[in-house]
Design a protein around this ligand. Structure first.
Ligand code: ADP
Ligand code: MG
Length: 478
């Protein structure tokens, strides 16, 4: 009996159904229509470019297997993509994934487009929003599991987690996460989205940057589809907008954002925003929008402390399957105290250097690398690092310097630490004191004077200071 395209596809679907979750099947495979079978080439129609790319990325092996089973090894699959923009309709070029290697390498060909109007054009070109999972925009690596908790992020993290257990149902709406670059705003935003998707697979979670939102809005204005744009956003259950500071000075976009915000908020949908500064410091933002940012909870991310930096590195090393000794990890964590992105950057450079030069990852290599790294970014020495060098030098445990003990040798090491902290960091006297045994600024000032006096009067002491200075500056400034 002659095989028809519908029969073949029906058979394929039964194979596919056994291999994917019901949710995925419904989302990705049900909307596909078989349209042609000719010369062992099956053409299927997919609703959008996005769906096509998603299938290619996630299900190509399964699709190949199913088609091969039905049509044999010289068979092929072609896609026809429904384009929504009828005015600009022109042949769309896609590569054809083959069911055998030969075909997969084939030249791109023009595939005719079926023009099919959708009731709502959404800016992600996902027809029939209800059927489609928008969560692929979330990066699975940016999970809560991979987000190390520390004093620096406790509030933001736990608020994010609470929101993910009960989206729209906590008083953290909107949840406004702010902090400097590389401190984990994007990571946390994804983690919230992923966790919600995990807990509530049927909820529509949308993550995007405010820039993308702006571009989509401008496009919608150009194409006269603002209503579709607004309708699309009003259908979202959880809207996560990263880097809202980029909405500043964009009045029209702020206006539409405001309306979407109101609609979602009134319907108890969850809103999550990130920003590089707290609401009060954003300039060029409409007052009514700023006041809404403050309706829920504004939680900040700070620079992680030493222990958290070590834990972050260890987590990264574990997930990447690396093997790096703890002295190297500690050295990196001590030396890089600007933000997490730089910390990860240093680790990646180190791994790259070691594999390029076929050298083991040793403390020596780490030091060389940090020297270069630090030179490039003109970093200041951290108090943590000064404490470490001084303590190592005098053979004291680092906790002693941070404690209140008045033991003579500790008092002197602490004074030296304060002296170097004053010379080599921009920290205030008060902050130096706080980090060195909870002392006040007068104690720090006194310590600096004492050390200066001793340098002038005690040759041996001066020797210590010079040696220490070398150690501190060598590893950080060269
Ligand atoms: P931001 O958006 O604030 O500029 P990102 O979220 O892009 O920062 O974070 C930069 C990098 O640091 C990412 O790779 C992220 O995974 C990592 N990172 C930040 N904070 C943490 C944390 N607490 N635990 C683990 N990784 C983190
Ligand atoms: Mg970011």
């Amino acid at each position: 009996m002659e095989k028809t395209h519908s029969k073949v596809w029906e058979q394929c679907l039964t194979i596919i159904k056994d291999n994917v979750t019901p949710q995925s099947f419904k989302t990705w495979f049900e909307p596909i229509k078989p349209i042609k079978l000719k010369d062992n080439v099956l053409t299927i129609q997919v609703p959008s470019q996005f769906v096509y790319e998603y299938l290619e990325e996630h299900y190509i092996t399964l699709l190949k297997k199913a088609i091969k089973r039905e049509l044999g090894s010289d068979s092929r699959l072609e896609y026809s993509i429904v384009m929504e923009n009828t005015r600009n309709a022109k042949p769309y070029t896609v590569k054809i994934p083959g069911t055998n290697k030969q075909a997969a390498k084939g030249q791109p060909v023009n595939i005719p487009i079926d023009i099919n109007k959708n009731p709502i054009r959404n800016p992600f070109i996902i027809p029939g929003l209800k059927k489609v999972d928008v969560a692929p925009q979330l990066n699975p690596n940016y999970s809560f599991e991979n987000f190390i908790e520390g004093d620096c992020n406790r509030l933001a993290r736990s608020a994010g987690f609470a929101v993910a257990q009960k989206p729209g149902g906590t008083s953290f709406n909107p949840l406004f996460i702010y902090g400097g670059v590389g401190l984990g705003k994007t990571h946390l935003a994804h983690a919230i989205g992923l966790e919600i998707k995990n807990n509530f697979p049927n909820k529509t979670v949308l993550y995007l940057s405010s820039e993308k939102f702006t571009t989509q809005f401008i496009d919608a204005t150009k194409n006269n589809t603002q209503n579709d744009f607004i309708n699309f956003y009003q259908m979202i259950d959880v809207l996560i907008v990263d880097d809202v500071q980029f909405l500043a000075k964009k009045e029209k976009t702020q206006d539409v954002f405001f309306h979407i915000f109101n609609h979602l908020h009134q319907n108890s949908k969850q809103l999550v925003f990130t920003c590089d500064k707290p609401p009060v410091e954003i300039e060029g933002m409409e007052q009514r929008l700023l006041s809404r940012f403050k309706w829920g909870l504004a939680a900040d991310l700070q620079i992680p402390g030493l222990e958290t930096r070590i834990a972050i590195l260890q987590r990264k090393i574990y997930t990447e399957g690396l093997d790096i000794s703890s002295d190297v990890v500690e050295y990196l964590a001590y030396s890089i105290n600007s933000n997490v992105r730089e910390l990860e950057g240093a680790l990646i450079s180190l791994v790259a250097q070691s594999s390029l030069n076929k050298k083991a990852i040793t403390l020596e290599l780490a030091k060389q690398m940090i020297d270069k790294f630090v030179k490039n970014t003109a970093r200041e020495v951290s108090i943590d690092y000064i404490q470490k060098v001084v303590c190592d030098y005098f053979g004291l445990p680092i906790e002693m310097i941070k404690s209140k003990t008045r033991k003579r040798e500790v008092v002197q090491a602490r004074q030296i630490t304060m002296y170097f902290a004053k010379s080599f960091t921009k920290s205030s006297l008060a902050s130096i004191g706080l980090q060195c045994g909870g002392k006040d600024h007068a104690t720090v000032l006194h310590a600096c004077k004492t050390v200066n006096n001793l340098i002038d009067t005690d040759k041996r002491f001066k020797g210590y200071i010079l040696e220490l200075e070398k150690k501190i500056t060598l590893s950080n400034y060269q």
